[in-house]
Design a protein around this ligand. Structure first.
Ligand SMILES: Cc1cc2nc3c(=O)[nH]c(=O)nc-3n(C[C@H](O)[C@H](O)[C@H](O)COP(=O)(O)O)c2cc1C
Length: 261
């Protein structure tokens, strides 16, 4: 077998997807590893992969779909029969059509899918008042991810057989984009700039005595809220708060990981 290269590609504003992608990689015996963090706008470009590339592709589930912004960044990739392991990470509600959408997209751009999976991560909307899956991924989840890596590794040189995943086509409608403007408590903010650094859509501008957010760009991924060391960032939009409450009430039962290999 020619020497394989492992590529970790993920869009992961609050980093649960990244954690799972890396746990899968841990299970694979490939030491030549490249990481492509598509959450960061500076990493958006036209990547090309060939038959010696193995790729783990991870995205979170937004409204039962792949986040549109992640889809647009992934669409710029071209592969030539490179092997792919797919991962969607969802916040303990459901992943609906996201895995099917990821499979169809990655097939279209030239990947051969050797494994697909749906993992559970803490919901981005989880708050102290309305916690949702706060303990996921737990150690057991990460062990399942590592085992998946081991299994997928043993399939790399095998014959390609189509993998079936759940989901419907036409996919469910994406939720309409809300204009949400995360707020900054200027009594707490020390203008460290971390929020701007993690924003996947460059929606944050730091001015001399205030932080400005472009609500048209914001995808309410909650990256800025979760990263803020001063707890100065708040999303108190009543629609999001109502959604957090509803998810907290309805999504308590731990959802399973699903593996298709
Ligand atoms: C806008 C938005 C929509 C979401 N929609 C869903 C959903 O439909 N189902 C679900 O279970 N979780 C949903 N989530 C939760 C995320 O899928 C989950 O928290 C994931 O772990 C976030 O990944 P990340 O940490 O890599 O950003 C949503 C989160 C956001 C921000």
């Amino acid at each position: 077998m020619k020497k394989k290269k492992l590529n970790l590609i993920y869009f992961s504003p609050t980093e649960t997807t990244k954690t799972i992608v890396k746990a899968i990689a841990d299970g694979m015996k490939i030491h030549n590893v490249t990481e492509i963090n598509l959450t960061k706008t500076e990493n958006i470009k036209d990547y090309r992969f060939n038959q010696d590339d193995v790729v783990i592709i991870g995205v979170p589930v937004y409204s039962g779909r792949i986040p549109l912004i992640a889809l647009q960044r992934l669409e710029r990739i071209k592969a030539n029969q490179s092997k792919a392991i797919l991962v969607v990470v969802y916040g303990n509600r459901h992943y609906d059509d996201a895995l099917l959408e990821l499979k169809n997209l990655t097939k279209k751009i030239g990947f051969e899918i050797i494994a697909a999976s749906a993992f559970v991560g803490v919901h981005s909307y989880s708050t102290v008042d309305y916690p949702i899956a706060t303990d996921r991924p737990n150690n057991e989840d990460l062990q399942v991810a590592k085992n998946l890596g081991e299994q997928a590794f043993s399939k790399i040189s095998g014959k390609y057989l189509e993998i079936n995943v759940p989901g419907n086509f036409p996919y469910r409608e994406r939720s309409p984009k809300l204009d949400v403007k995360p707020k900054t408590d200027l009594n707490l903010c020390d203008f460290c700039g971390l929020c701007k650094k993690v924003c996947p859509v460059d929606a944050i501008t730091i001015l001399e005595n205030k932080i400005d957010i472009d609500a048209k760009l914001c995808i309410y991924c909650h990256a800025c809220v979760k990263i803020c060391p001063q707890n100065a960032r708040i999303i108190d939009d009543e629609r999001i708060v109502a959604f957090s409450k509803k998810l907290h009430e309805n999504c308590q039962e731990p959802r399973p990981i699903e593996i298709f290999i």
